[in-house]
Design a protein around this ligand. Structure first.
Ligand SMILES: CNc1ncnc2c1ncn2[C@@H]1O[C@H](COP(=O)(O)O)[C@@H](O)[C@H]1O
Ligand SMILES: [Zn+2]
Length: 347
């Protein structure tokens, strides 16, 4: 079996995927057709080339945040959002994903409130269990450019949804342009969410900001995203790195995202190797598979090729990821699934 085929066949766990960044070319075309059908003016000509920054002309992280508005124009009605969620779930399953924690930022549109936005995604995930074998859960995102008052509103919404749909909503996370906002201001909201039972993930160290990295690590999130600028070689300090090594907070590693946004110079020098050498748990994830034209199986393959990992090691990465999922009730099922695969293939 080729490495490519192995990576697709391996049952994988995706823990860091933003809904609107995950829309594939096919999904966007489908949504575009749907928008024309329902008479929404099509302002997204050439939308796709703009959206996908994966190949050729790579841009910086700062440019990346502008492209999400393209996806947002295509998911601004409940019907389109449902379609986008359904198609994206199906794509993750088709790529061999057996468990997905999808994340998205509730937003008001001319056709939806934040509450109806999040209800739509939740109900679509709930219904997906009828036709998908992949298990999906939801993490509610807070965007760093959200005003303080709305941060409170989104947190309360997340807590409410967690109470009403404990079978779907599992966590809360902070993402968005890391140069905007200040982590300290989100702490009261995150503490409230954590006290209510939600797990917390933070985009941490996507840009160089050692004080914020320390504040985030001291909050002891259940997982962090990226963790790029924590090692001194990438703009962290001895203190930030020592702290992460002490706490061993699992890191959602997004190789292609980091390389394409130039947060990391190239795959070879990615901090994946520093994390694994220091026995910090890593989970291979996609971040925005649409924007970066990637897939979870492709991220596993790139990881294997770059760091010379055997198929047995790859399978163990997928197995370890089960330990860090937010849905405690699913862990054993997933673990057994991965162990079965490992035994069946004598890995
Ligand atoms: C590339 N690295 C990244 N760093 C930080 N935040 C990111 C991100 N990629 C995506 N997002 C966050 O996800 C939103 C889009 O999905 P949703 O509308 O929530 O489904 C973006 O607006 C941004 O807030
Ligand atoms: Zn992200």
């Amino acid at each position: 079996m080729t490495l490519d085929a192995f990576c697709r066949e391996l049952p994988k766990v995706e823990l860091h995927a933003h809904l609107n960044g995950s829309l594939s070319r096919d999904t966007m075309l489908e949504l575009k057709r749907f928008h024309v059908d329902i008479g929404v003016p099509d302002k997204t000509n050439a939308f796709f080339d703009e959206f996908q920054i994966g190949s050729g002309d790579m841009r910086k992280l700062a440019d990346c945040f502008q492209v999400f508005s393209i996806a947002h124009t295509l998911t601004n009605t409940p019907q389109a959002l449902e379609m986008a969620t359904n198609l994206t779930l199906q794509e993750f399953q088709d790529d061999g994903c057996c468990y997905l924690e999808l994340r998205t930022t509730p937003r008001d549109t001319p056709h939806m409130t934040k509450a109806s936005y999040i209800e739509t995604v939740i109900q679509t995930i709930q219904k997906s269990s009828l036709h998908l074998t992949m298990i999906a859960r939801l993490i509610v995102s807070i965007n760093r450019s959200t005003p303080d008052k709305e941060v409170e509103e989104i947190t309360d919404l997340a807590i409410n949804c967690y109470k009403n749909y404990p079978d779907v909503v599992v966590g809360i996370e902070v993402s968005g342009d890391p140069t905007i906002g200040c982590f300290q201001s989100y702490i009261p909201a995150l503490q409230k969410a954590r006290a209510a039972g939600l797990k917390v993930s933070l985009h941490c160290g996507e840009v160089c900001n050692p004080q914020e990295v320390l504040d985030m690590l001291n909050f002891k999130p259940d997982r962090i995203g990226h963790g790029t600028c924590i090692h001194p070689r990438f703009g962290g300090t001895d203190e930030t790195w020592t702290k992460l090594c002490e706490l061993k907070i699992p890191v959602e590693v997004c190789l292609t995202s980091n390389v394409n946004t130039k947060s990391t110079p190239d795959y070879e020098s990615h901090h994946f190797k520093y994390l694994t050498e220091s026995e910090i748990p890593v989970i291979i994830c996609t971040d925005d598979k649409g924007v970066f034209s990637t897939s979870l199986s492709q991220e596993y393959r790139i990881c294997a090729e770059t760091f010379n990992l055997s198929t047995s090691k790859l399978a163990r990465l997928a197995l370890n990821a089960c330990q860090y999922i937010f849905a405690d009730d699913i862990r054993k099922t997933l673990n057994d699934k991965l162990l079965n695969f490992i035994n069946k293939n004598s890995l």
